[in-house]
Ligand binder design. Structure first.
Ligand code: THU
Length: 126
């Protein structure tokens, strides 16, 4: 699967975002080492605190279906800029896939790829 295909899957998932409070839509697509793909969108809540990010939606879907070997995650949003995963999502990704690569795309078609180690050095370990 190409970066473009994974970004496209993230974009499709973004259309399902439930974000009436921020009006900011995020989509994520997680590529597993066996080729399976899990997607997610942000799901907001009136309490705000119960909001779930797109990345964690995708991770939790995958883990709950027995997949933990993640290779790439693509993230897109309705904002103009590259959308970097929040700190909580970085830590959640580190739990399962410290070597994962993160593919981001902004509205000007610029694509950027980072390792999780670049975005979250010294992640918490118990
Ligand atoms: N959001 C994500 O889905 N992923 C991130 O990494 C950052 C933020 C969502 C949460 C909320 O619904 C909206 O973006 C604004 O914070």
């Amino acid at each position: 699967m190409t970066y473009e295909e994974l970004l496209k899957a993230a974009g499709n998932a973004m259309e399902h975002a439930y974000s009436p409070y921020s009006r900011f839509k995020v989509g994520a697509a997680l590529l597993c080492k066996d080729g399976s793909v899990y997607t997610g969108c942000n799901i907001e809540n009136a309490t705000f605190g119960a909001t779930n990010c797109a990345e964690r939606t995708a991770v939790f879907k995958a883990v709950s279906e027995g997949h933990r070997d993640f290779e790439f995650i693509a993230i897109v949003s309705s904002g103009g800029e590259l959308t970097f995963p929040c700190g909580i999502c970085r830590q959640v990704l580190a739990e399962f896939a410290p070597e994962i690569k993160i593919i981001l795309k902004g509205s000007d078609r610029e694509t950027a790829v980072f390792t999780l180690g670049e975005l979250l050095p010294h992640s918490f370990k118990l």
